[in-house]
Design a protein around this ligand. Structure first.
Ligand code: M6R
Length: 369
């Protein structure tokens, strides 16, 4: 049942091109529009919304952070993202024109479920993004978009994160389309590029081999730092979470622009620092800024592990290890940049002799507070 892999996690990482294709299947029309014709979900519902709130925990929260960049950019609606455990115990300002998006792989996470109930009591409309058919969170929500990733056995979320990110991108484009904020040809251009993403994920997986050797060489490291900007920041957080969960190592993710405000004090000789570099073809200013962040950290003796788009030559002189990912539109980049980080954490944990499917102290679905 592990399909020839020694661990479910390795199998689940390898399934990601197919999983992404499944999440997208039937939701991208040949005419270039987004089709979400799930039960209880219609464009009508989205027209009079004036604010979006995303609630989730753990890895699903990181998918929500990525969604914020996409939703605000495409729809011009304000979008907040909050950990469900915080959201449910304060007084978020919600009403019937708020859309609450609850993201949960299992559909059973107690804090996310209680956040959904809290939102519905305030009359907000709730859309669940979920992987488990018929689970509690979709049942308690107004509408549901299933990620269709299939069962995930490994406790660390991998393929379901990719499914959640893809579902969030679909929701963002659907909202922009339903509200007439993006023109049909603009949506069409994104649809065309989304269709290519499963192949790009496959290509990323096929070139990820050197990450394994690198991870094994770092099995004795005390800590690893992760830096990113824009959608690379949630990817950095996700890379750090994977490493904590699987390898029991101190790992932290930061927005690269925050370095000077404290985290740079952690940098010492030899500390591995992973940097998720935004595309130089996107906002060039962001790329330039991260290149100078890389130089600042390297000057303090860090070992720089740089994840950058193919053809980005500017980073080459400053990378001790360069990991290439295919070029994508900026907002789609997490679908490829996450993959080397999953492999990195998994391989490092294996090098430390750990069971990557069942990390200590963790449960696949957290149904208690
Ligand atoms: O089932 P959910 O998506 O609601 O679970 C949320 C988190 O518990 C989950 O993502 C957790 O952080 C994973 N172990 C991450 O790998």
């Amino acid at each position: 049942e592990k399909g020839g892999f020694p661990y479910f996690m390795l199998k689940e990482i390898s399934e990601q091109p197919a999983v992404l294709a499944d999440t997208l299947r039937g939701r991208l029309s040949a005419e270039g529009s987004i089709v979400l014709d799930e039960e209880r979900l219609s464009g009508e519902d989205f027209r009079d919304i004036d604010k979006v709130f995303i609630v989730a925990c753990g890895t699903a929260y990181h998918a929500g952070l990525i969604a914020k960049y996409a939703i605000e950019h495409w729809t011009r609606l304000p979008c907040e993202v909050e950990m469900a455990s915080e959201f449910r115990y304060r007084d978020p300002v919600l009403d019937r024109s708020t859309l609450v998006v609850a993201i949960s792989q299992s559909g059973e996470t107690l804090d996310t479920l209680m956040a959904v109930k809290h939102a519905r009591e305030q009359k907000a409309r709730v859309l669940a993004i979920c992987n488990t058919n018929g689970s509690t969170i979709p049942r308690e929500s107004d509408a549901v978009l299933y990620t269709r990733c299939g069962p995930e056995v490994g406790v660390a979320a991998t393929k379901t994160f990719l499914g959640q990110v893809a579902a969030c991108l679909l929701v963002g484009l659907f909202l922009a389309q339903a509200r007439g904020v993006l023109y049909g040809d603009e949506v069409g251009a994104y649809v065309e590029k989304l269709q290519k993403m499963p192949d790009l994920v496959a290509r990323t997986l096929s070139t990820v081999g050197p990450v394994r050797e690198l991870a094994r060489s770092l099995a004795g490291a005390k800590a690893v730092l992760f830096l990113g900007r824009h959608v690379g920041y949630p990817v950095a957080l996700e890379g750090a979470l994977k490493l904590k969960e699987l390898a029991y190592m101190h790992a932290e993710g930061f927005p690269a622009g925050e370095l000077k405000h404290g985290p740079i004090a952690l940098v010492e000789q030899g500390v591995p620092v992973v940097v998720v570099v935004p595309s130089p073809r996107g906002r060039a200013v962001l790329h330039d800024k991260i290149v100078s962040n890389i130089q600042e950290v390297r000057a303090r003796g860090a070992r720089m592990i740089v994840i950058a788009e193919e053809g980005d030559h500017q980073v080459e002189p400053f990378a001790d290890h360069l990991i290439r990912v295919p070029a994508t539109p900026s907002l789609f980049a997490p679908l490829v940049t996450t993959i080397p980080l999953q492999v990195f954490a998994c391989e490092l944990a294996l090098a430390r002799g750990l069971d990557v499917d069942q990390p200590r102290n963790l449960a696949k679905s957290v149904t208690v507070e």
